[in-house]
Design a protein around this ligand. Structure first.
Ligand SMILES: Nc1ncnc2c1ncn2[C@@H]1O[C@H](COP(=O)(O)OP(=O)(O)O)[C@@H](O)[C@H]1O
Ligand SMILES: [Mg+2]
Length: 254
């Protein structure tokens, strides 16, 4: 067991009935990096992240997050991890500040500390002048920023972001990307990012795993992956790798 790893998975698998969403996944994520899990729709990215956050249990295999067991130490996993889902559930009839107060209470943050954290996060995301507005009046980008504030409120060590920039305008997307970089560079957090946006992955990620049909095809530094298939950039490498794996699927009956 390597204690310097933020996330280790051992044959992590999940099936929904007959659908094998994730198959024998073995990932290693060191502390203090941005790890990107890439793959097409339905590849198993969201299922992986939900397992790693102790939101759903694996069908077989296991994982440790900050050395906590995702099956037997769910509470520790949740207290140490932040999670932004693909479509965050926000309570539309609360104001932004009320919602963040509620989330902070769920993490046992004291009211005084909570108020301080909320003010800092609202400033960071430029939402201060909207803090008393009902969430139902928020645009998609504002809701995403609020979802990120909620994911960061308990100052987690590891932050899971599922498609964090996919529905954002370029300016908000830039804010989120810069924040992700700052979280790693300035405060040494570990980020686990799911995305199908390859330019975002190439810019942000120190290490990348490519998953297809629930199976990890390859894992490595972006520039090593690009070199390994003689590609010109990550998009080119990604397409080449998926094509190779698709050809293998086509021939699997032989
Ligand atoms: N709650 C669920 N019930 C049944 N099937 C699911 C459920 N969630 C995901 N799946 C299936 O599992 C597979 C992986 O989905 P998902 O993890 O959401 O992929 P991704 O996030 O990479 O798009 C897909 O075939 C999807 O249809
Ligand atoms: Mg998904």
């Amino acid at each position: 067991m390597d204690y310097n790893l933020a996330i280790i998975t051992q044959d992590l698998s999940k099936n929904y009935g007959k659908t094998l969403a994730v198959k024998n996944l073995n990932l290693n994520v060191p502390y203090g990096i941005i790890y990107g899990l890439l793959g097409p729709n339905g590849a198993g990215k969201t299922t992986t992240v939900k397992m790693l956050n102790s939101m759903i249990e694996p069908s077989s295999g296991n994982a440790k997050v900050m050395n906590y067991d995702i099956i037997t130490q769910k509470k520790e996993v949740k207290l140490n991890c932040g999670y932004l889902s693909e479509s965050p559930s926000l309570y539309e009839k609360l104001t932004a500040r009320e919602f963040l107060e509620f989330v902070g209470e769920l993490y046992y943050i004291t009211p005084r500390m909570n108020a301080k954290r909320i003010s800092e996060l609202l400033v960071l995301f430029d939402l201060t002048n909207k803090e008393n507005d009902l969430i139902k009046t928020f645009s998609r980008g504002m809701k995403q920023k609020l979802g990120l504030c909620a994911a960061l409120i308990h100052d987690p060590e590891i932050i899971f972001l599922d498609e964090p920039t996919s529905n954002l305008d370029p300016e908000t997307s830039r804010t989120v990307k810069d924040l992700v970089l700052d979280l790693v560079k300035k405060v040494n957090k570990t980020i686990f990012l799911c995305t199908h946006l390859l330019d975002t992955a190439e810019e942000l990620c120190d290490k990348i795993g490519i998953i297809n049909n629930g199976t990890l095809l390859i894992e490595g530094k972006p520039r090593d992956l690009i070199k390994s298939v003689d590609a010109k950039d990550l998009e080119d490498a990604y397409l080449k790798m998926l094509r190779i794996s698709r050809n293998k699927d086509v021939l699997s009956w032989r």
